[in-house]
Design a protein around this ligand. Structure first.
Ligand code: ADP
Ligand code: MG
Length: 259
């Protein structure tokens, strides 16, 4: 089966600061690909390139074998949605209004949302178990509630690929679990393809089908969690001594600091 997303030798430089070099990868339909790597290794830059926010100076990004540089912004937004790391709202929008923002690629001209947009927004809130938050202000939600609303907004775009930039960074253990379970469900039940950046190595190991490790803007390793998350690789990429064993509950690798 053809990959839904292909990066072919992608390079990106901010001003004169190279952030990504020779990055190639393929994402398959329904797959969850986890991106690991230390701060500044290029993870967010990679997601922004896939979302078309940044244009690579080298190489190519293809969705279903079509170069995204040839797609209109609204056409690309029907294929890819991003749940960004930091999202600020200047106004006290309700959760429902935030989710309706996700409908922008589907609106024609200056039209307001119609019945179908409301229905999609409703279903998206339902899918993230956030329907009861619909009329609440985005500013008054807890971290976990807010994240569920932002994921619902991404779903309202009706994309095939969803990108997550550190979706669990500020959440407690219960909410981390909820978000990872939700992401799993989106891939399994809705067939969505997912690229997920995380510093929660153990959770990424547990829930992702494959892991890509970035180091200084290059692909250090890509493969099954058990093959990529080894003490040698983690020590090299994160530059600290670790012990990697197997989580007996999941059978996936588990990382602990040695000291
Ligand atoms: P990560 O998400 O892995 O922490 P980023 O993709 O944000 O890494 O950043 C990769 C590199 O690019 C870092 O060295 C960072 O300082 C640099 N960088 C990120 N954004 C910008 C920007 N807007 N302008 C200049 N340099 C940037
Ligand atoms: Mg980042």
């Amino acid at each position: 089966m053809e990959p839904i997303l292909t990066l072919d030798n992608v390079g990106f430089t901010y001003d004169d600061m190279p952030a990504l070099k020779g990055v190639s990868l393929e994402l398959h339909s329904g797959e969850i690909l986890g991106i690991l790597g230390p701060n500044g290794s290029g993870k967010s830059t990679l997601l922004k390139i896939i979302d078309g926010i940044l244009l690579p100076q080298e190489g190519e990004v293809l969705i279903k074998e079509k170069p995204i540089k040839n797609l209109k912004r609204s056409d690309l937004a029907r294929e890819v949605a991003i749940v960004a790391q930091e999202t600020h709202f200047r106004f006290s929008f309700t959760a429902l209004e935030v989710v309706l923002m996700g409908r922008f690629p589907h609106l024609r001209g200056l039209n307001f949302e119609g019945e179908r947009d409301l229905e999609v927004a409703h279903n998206s809130l339902e899918a993230t178990h956030a329907l009861e938050l619909a009329e609440r202000s985005i500013h008054e939600l807890s971290g976990g509630e807010r994240q569920r609303v932002l994921i619902a907004r991404a779903l309202a775009q009706e994309p095939e690929i969803v990108l997550f930039d550190e979706p669990t960074s500020f959440l407690d253990l219960k909410f981390k679990r909820e978000i990872f379970k939700l992401i799993s469900r989106l891939s399994r039940d809705k067939g969505l393809s997912i690229v997920l950046v995380s510093h929660d190595i153990d959770l990424a190991a547990q829930y992702c089908h494959r892991i890509l490790m970035l180091r200084n803007g290059t692909v250090y390793n890509i493969g099954k969690p058990g093959d990529v998350i080894t003490s040698k690789n983690i020590e090299t990429v994160y530059d600290c001594p670790v012990l990697v064993d197997i989580n007996p509950a999941s059978g996936r690798p588990r990382v602990s600091l040695k000291d």
